[in-house]
Design a protein. Structure first.
Length: 129
């Protein structure tokens, strides 16, 4: 790209790119300074749940009464009782932050099937199809 920039002052960018065989867009892309994006640290929202409220929501989600229900069902039943802890989406966020966003009932997990290994120590000991 240095050769293109040297020739660009004499014959122009388009002609110098054509002579060297470099697309004009590539010349402009490489001549632009690199912009490094620094991740911003966002301040905690004033509307975020406090630690006590966070714990109260977790206790409600972990209670034996709601252990096999989805957050949407828990939210609806709590609202029927006149209790509002947080939104449904916040319940999902809290469960995700705790690593509990999965099937919450105790279900049988099938073991990983292992292919049997057939080992013969002599002739006519192992037959397969």
């Amino acid at each position: 790209m240095d050769a293109v920039s040297e020739l660009a002052g004499v014959v122009g960018v388009s002609s110098s790119c054509e002579a060297i065989g470099v697309p004009r867009s590539a010349f402009y892309r490489y001549s632009r300074p690199k912009i490094i994006k620094v991740p911003r640290i966002r301040p905690r929202s004033h509307r975020a749940l406090s630690e006590d409220e966070h714990q109260r929501v977790l206790e409600a989600l972990h209670s034996p009464r709601y252990v096999d229900k989805a957050p949407r069902q828990i939210y609806a039943s709590l609202l029927d009782e006149g209790v509002y802890l947080c939104s449904v989406r916040t319940m999902y966020r809290i469960l995700a932050s705790e690593g509990e966003l999965r099937e919450r009932r105790d279900l049988l997990r099938h073991p990983v099937y292992e292919k049997p290994e057939l080992l013969a120590t002599g002739p006519n000991q192992v037959w397969s199809w």
